[in-house]
Design a protein around this ligand. Structure first.
Ligand SMILES: [Zn+2]
Length: 153
């Protein structure tokens, strides 16, 4: 990314290094943010370094929301989650971004946020088995991005 007035070298989301970008346009990008317990976890990142939604012009805010809803629709279709969590925190990295996280009743933290302490495993269950039936399986599941294709246009 070229340096510009709306980018900061000290901000990891301005730099965007090492990201697996699944989709992008001139205003935002969607990256694969998956974790072992959350294989469909995506992050929608605004390209310019702003902190809050209310810093965006109305048209930009509408665009970001449209991308968010498109991301949610794709994840619902591909992952069949029990719930989608949309979270905008930015307490650690104050650069506008949204976490889009498919959730399952048997995932490690449900019904808490994924950043909460893990819930104990139910009697007879194992952490490895928890949610395994919901994860993409086979060759497609091992590929980068789990074969998630985002066509938001
Ligand atoms: Zn930034």
């Amino acid at each position: 990314m070229p340096a510009s007035a709306d980018r900061f070298d000290s901000c990891p989301l301005c730099l965007g290094e090492g990201e697996d970008v699944l989709w992008r346009d001139a205003r935002c990008r969607i990256i694969d943010a998956r974790q072992p317990d959350y294989p469909g976890y995506l992050r929608v990142i605004w390209e310019a370094h702003v902190t809050e939604m209310t810093e965006l012009a109305a048209a930009d805010c509408a665009h970001l929301w449209r991308v968010m809803l498109g991301t949610e629709r794709v994840l619902r279709r591909l992952m069949s989650p029990d719930k989608i969590n949309l979270a905008s925190l930015g307490n650690v990295v104050p650069h506008l971004h949204w976490h889009v996280i498919p959730r399952y009743r048997d995932d490690a933290h449900f019904p808490d946020a994924i950043w909460a302490p893990p819930r104990p495993v139910a009697a007879g269950g194992t952490a490895a088995a928890r949610g395994a039936h919901r994860r993409p399986a086979g060759r497609a599941g091992r590929q980068r991005g789990h074969g998630i294709r985002l066509n938001l246009r």
